[in-house]
Ligand binder design. Structure first.
Ligand code: SF4
Length: 63
């Protein structure tokens, strides 16, 4: 499983980081950093929650 970001849609509000800060970190300037693109098996549920939490639908997952 791999994280995909539509950068045009990301508003930098950090809701994904709230769900899992292992994968997402918003910088002070509002830029999102993806800390790890490939999702570890144990983390799939957390990353799905982060995708669902994004209000602008900027996140998606590919298998
Ligand atoms: S929740 Fe969505 S809009 Fe907010 S920082 Fe994460 S990817 Fe960007």
């Amino acid at each position: 499983m791999r994280i995909e970001v539509n950068w045009d849609r990301c508003a930098g509000n950090g809701l994904c980081e709230f769900e899992t800060d292992k994968y997402f970190e918003v910088q002070d300037n509002g830029t999102l950093d993806v800390l790890q693109w490939e999702v570890d098996g144990d983390d799939e549920q957390n990353v799905h929650r982060a995708v669902a939490a994004c209000p602008t639908e900027a996140l998606s997952i590919t298998e």
